[in-house]
Design a protein around this ligand. Structure first.
Ligand code: NAP
Length: 326
């Protein structure tokens, strides 16, 4: 019987799904992320690994799984935790699960923007701490979204879903990507180089993958270009932003605030200065944490596994062993 190692428990019907196909599901039983050594142990003998963001999938994990390993199926769209080159060398399929989480993640990015701009966490604390003694015109006044200029960095699946939400708020939309998008221009968005986007935007939202080119994309220099009233939202990956530079920029009032669903380091401890600053809202990487979306992410990952087991090409291949390195 082929073994599938699934690195997180998730209330789904995947046990039945796999058992019906004569596949043994081995699920990591703890809440905490397996360490590298635990991951190697748990992967032993697996023909497939269903992985997620914090799983350290390197050559050692693949070797621990052994020569029977056929596919690493990431249950998410970002895959910066997987050593793609190591998989290519070992002729193992690598897949991800794009598309099914776009709307959910865009919702969260917009919620985060709204939360920082309109100071919602501060307002909730204000009431909880029993400071609400009466109405005052200056009480928790914040930045307004409607009619503002938004800079969308990375207009792919999630960036585009986020931009559609901004359209509904009558925002002027600037975007940057590797290539200009005629469909975006048709919606009235303007392609702008990063520097112009940063200089002109009231809010900037990041939607690029973490790659060698995007690591540290927003650092001291970029933060200096932004308006003092600007807010930065990151639902992409923590390391796209230089965290120390961001904390300094907010603390020095170089920009007005930030909303981070992804952080560097991740997880971010409560003692981190970013968490202690009321103008920075930090969430624990919950962009795609919609109940239906989470189910779809795992179903898509399992679909990719079953297709490979059935001798078919998976739906979303990042590494294709048949055609590369042969
Ligand atoms: P996508 O469709 O591949 O879009 C990525 C966009 O980034 C594309 O527009 C691409 O440009 C642009 N881009 C890539 N490299 C760039 C560079 N060096 N400079 C400028 N632009 C660049 O990806 P997606 O599905 O929208 O996902 C984006 C990222 O969101 C994922 O990789 C993941 O890290 C993150 N994510 C986070 C959560 C969460 O829970 N917070 C959930 C899901 C995803 P082109 O269009 O020109 O190629």
């Amino acid at each position: 019987m082929q073994k599938v190692f699934i690195s997180r428990e998730w209330p789904s019907n995947y046990h039945e799904l796999l058992q019906d196909r004569g596949v043994e599901a081995s699920v990591w039983p703890e809440y905490d992320v397996p360490t590298h050594a635990e991951f190697c142990d748990a992967s032993r003998g697996a023909a497939a690994i269903v992985s997620t963001i914090e799983d350290p999938i390197d050559g050692a994990v693949m070797d621990a799984a052994g020569r029977g390993l056929r596919i690493i199926a990431q249950a998410g769209v970002g895959f910066d935790n997987i050593d793609i080159e190591a998989a290519r060398q070992r002729k193992v399929w690598v897949t991800n699960a794009p598309g099914v989480l776009d709307e959910c993640t865009a919702d969260l990015a917009f919620a985060l923007l709204m939360a920082v701009a309109r100071r919602l966490p501060e307002a909730v604390d204000y009431v909880r701490e029993d400071k609400w003694s009466g109405w005052h015109p200056s009480l928790l006044a914040g930045a307004e979204l409607h009619g503002a200029t938004i800079g969308v960095v990375g207009l792919g699946r999630i960036g585009a879903a986020f931009a559609r939400r901004c359209e509904g708020f009558g925002m002027r939309i600037l975007y940057t990507a590797r290539s200009a998008k005629p469909e975006a221009e048709a919606r009235g968005y303007e392609h702008a180089p990063l520097e112009r986007l940063l200089a002109e935007s009231d809010f900037v939202s990041l939607h690029v993958p973490l790659t060698p080119e995007t690591r540290g994309l927003i650092g001291e220099r970029e933060l200096e270009i932004m308006k003092p009233t600007a807010i930065l939202v990151n639902t992409a990956r923590g390391a796209v932003v230089d965290t120390d530079a961001l904390v300094r920029a907010v603390s020095d009032k170089q920009i007005a605030g930030a909303g981070l669903d992804v952080t560097d380091p991740e997880p971010m401890r409560a003692t981190h200065p970013a968490v202690g600053d009321p103008r920075i809202v930090v969430l624990p990487h919950i962009g795609s944490a919609g109940l239906a979306t989470r189910r779809k992410m795992y179903e898509l990952a399992l679909q990719n596994v079953m297709r490979v087991f059935d001798g078919q090409n998976p739906l979303h291949a990042l590494v294709t062993p048949q055609t590369e390195g042969q």
